[in-house]
Design a binder for this molecule. Structure first.
Ligand code: PGA
Length: 263
């Protein structure tokens, strides 16, 4: 895992947007996995800016969102589909037909999940998957105990997640108790992974998933087993890391390594 510590939220957002933009420029028909939540809003704002100011072209890319609340229709204002249009899709030249978000109001979730997996396969697999992290260590809605082999399915939300996400709803009781989410196994098949996290509230879980033992109790620890995972944190989220000096030294000397291996 490559750990990049940015001074603040804005810098974290710029860095992660630059990583995504680099991949889109390298492969114009990139298959991009996307996340929702407060964390990536700044990154999406930066991507919209790169589109507007520099003509970053999203017209050929395909996107797959990680998850969606079960029971919410795509146009519900708390749905992740709505979030994606409001925060990103409306501001770039993405194709509506290639912007996949799990359908929360599907009548047959099991069949839908199999179909979603099939669409990812048909698109050639995910090239770059963007992730946030929950305070319980989840990626997507893969709550504690989710199998590392899990695929897209319906998952019950953990108490902590319901509490954390209540801020988006009128009251806690309105937060759906179930969601459709890509599995840890689905996420791990992405060729590259970019996890972003900010704020003091994420400091402990970031220390655990980067420096602690691999466990399905903190599903983000699966990233330790991925061959190409980049983690971008702000100072607050990085504040409990034990080896931060080492990560910074690597970041500052990366050019030497890249030169030696001819990249
Ligand atoms: P947040 O959510 O970005 O709103 O903190 C992250 C997550 O739950 O994955």
């Amino acid at each position: 895992m490559e750990i990049i510590i940015a001074p603040n939220y804005e810098a974290m957002s710029k860095t992660s947007a630059a990583i995504i933009a680099r991949e889109i420029r390298r492969k114009h028909d990139l298959v991009l996995g996307l996340a929702t939540g407060d964390t990536p809003i700044g990154t999406y704002r930066e991507l919209a800016k790169l589109h507007k100011d520099e003509g970053l072209d999203f017209s050929k890319i395909t996107t797959f969102n990680l998850d969606e609340y079960l029971g919410l229709a795509p146009l519900h204002r708390n749905s992740y589909n709505y979030f994606m249009w409001e925060n990103l899709f409306e501001h770039i030249n993405t194709s509506q037909h290639r912007a996949f978000v799990p359908q929360g109001n599907t009548v047959d979730p099991e069949e839908f999940c199999a179909w979603y997996e099939e669409q990812i396969r048909k698109a050639g697999g995910i090239d770059l998957q963007v992730l946030g992290i929950g305070r319980d260590g989840h990626i997507g809605f893969n709550e504690p105990g989710s199998s590392f082999a899990s695929r897209t399915r319906v998952k019950g939300l953990y108490e902590q997640t319901i509490k954390d996400n209540a801020r988006f709803f009128e009251k806690e009781e309105d937060v759906p108790r179930f969601a459709i989410t890509m599995g840890v196994g689905t996420i791990m098949e992405a060729k590259k992974i970019l996890l972003i996290a900010n704020g003091e509230g994420k400091a402990e879980v970031c220390q655990q998933f980067i420096e602690g033992p691999v466990t399905s109790q903190i599903t983000a620890t699966a990233l330790q087993l991925h061959s190409y995972a980049i983690v971008v944190l702000d100072e607050e989220a990085a504040s409990k890391l034990k080896r931060r000096e080492y990560y910074n030294w690597i970041r500052d000397n990366k050019h030497i390594v890249q030169k030696q291996i001819g990249r």
